[in-house]
Design a protein around this ligand. Structure first.
Ligand code: HEC
Length: 143
């Protein structure tokens, strides 16, 4: 009875716990969310015409500080619920690595642009990074 209830709940989209030692899936998901927490306000500034050079630059520094965190948690045997990663992370690992390198290069450029404190350059560099978040998610992450 209790088991049926629990199964029923999880079928209705209740969160699945990451019960593995070290919680690699949960850890990398949290790391991505931490990146989003600084990346999103940068985009909001640009989209609402409230670019503030110092604040934007501080967020860019924070983004670069957080960008390393997820990747070491994609170990070979870590494709299990509650992951949203697609199997392509492992089956096309070279392409995944290329996307990651492109993302690192673009965030380097974003940091330089942000520190230049010029709105148009910051905008260009921001949306280049944004496109790379999206392109990696299209190929390597479930919606
Ligand atoms: C090289 C590939 C790649 C890049 C670049 C990338 N991501 Fe992701 N992201 C992933 C994968 C794979 C997952 C799924 C992780 C999992 O669930 O195991 C993910 C998950 C996420 C999640 C969901 C976490 C959750 O559990 O809800 C967020 C938020 C996220 N990424 C934000 C970003 C942002 C913002 C950027 C750019 C600043 C970015 N990602 C760049 C591959 C990437």
């Amino acid at each position: 009875m209790l088991a049926a209830l629990v199964l029923g709940l999880s079928a209705c989209g209740q969160p699945v716990e990451d019960t593995r030692p070290g919680q690699p899936v949960k850890t990398r998901q949290t790391a991505f969310k931490e990146m989003l927490k600084v990346f999103e306000p940068m985009g909001t500034m640009l989209r609402t015409n409230s670019y503030h050079a110092d604040r934007f630059a501080a967020l860019a520094v924070e983004l670069v500080a957080r960008r390393d965190a997820p990747w070491t948690h994609f170990g070979a045997d870590t494709n299990y619920p509650p992951t949203k990663a697609r199997p392509t992370v492992w089956s096309k690992s070279e392409a995944f690595e290329r996307e990651r390198q492109a993302f690192f290069a673009a965030t380097d450029e974003l940091l330089v642009a942000a520190q230049g404190r010029e709105a148009e350059a910051a905008r260009k560099a921001y949306f280049k990074v944004y496109d790379l978040c999206q392109s990696c998610h299209r190929e390597f992450k479930e919606k």
